[in-house]
Design a protein around this ligand. Sequence first.
Ligand code: AMP
Length: 194
Amino acid sequence: MRIILMGPPGAGKGTQAKVVAARLEIPAISTGDIFRANVSEGTPLGLEAKRYMDAGDYVPDEVTNGMVRDRIAESDARNGFLLDGYPRTVAQVAELDSMLESSGHAIDAAVVLTVDEDELVQRLLTRAKIEGRADDTEDVIRKRQNVYNEQTAPLLEVYAGRGLLVEVDGMGEVAEVTDRVFAELDRVRGEAAS
Ligand code: AMP
């Protein structure tokens, strides 16, 4: 399957991406994780990305798109992948469409995790204490929520219009949320098979 996992910062995308992708035996491709790995290795890509990440802004589309294009061309992604945190802008949607078109594939589902706003901020502040991410300070958290609402939330309409949007309640225990994701993906797979 080719799946997009969406949702605001703090919705639990990273956690669910790893569990869901492992169970489907496809790679979880997280643009945030790839950027963070580059930042800690001090690569030119990491140096470029870091200034945007630290400010809570999106890394420019040209940088992000090229990185995803290279990653999904790798052999482990041949039979499917789960994209965590990409696409995040309208321009990225267009680019992903063209990447898929050139390989003759299509997205099967765009899963969005929904979590209420107070819970999101609480989760991110807790994560800040545990993981010490540079972009988990209160100001940057707020900035990232705004950027999400302005630039990424409109993408939900795009995928809804294509009949691919699947909304999953992201509140509660990790395993409960995973069960809800699979209930929806099973439905999508069932519909595709019938
Ligand atoms: P995440 O781990 O998904 O929350 O991403 C952390 C940060 O990496 C974001 O706040 C952005 O600065 C950057 N980033 C991750 N994915 C993207 C993307 N698709 N487009 C632009 N920037 C991104």
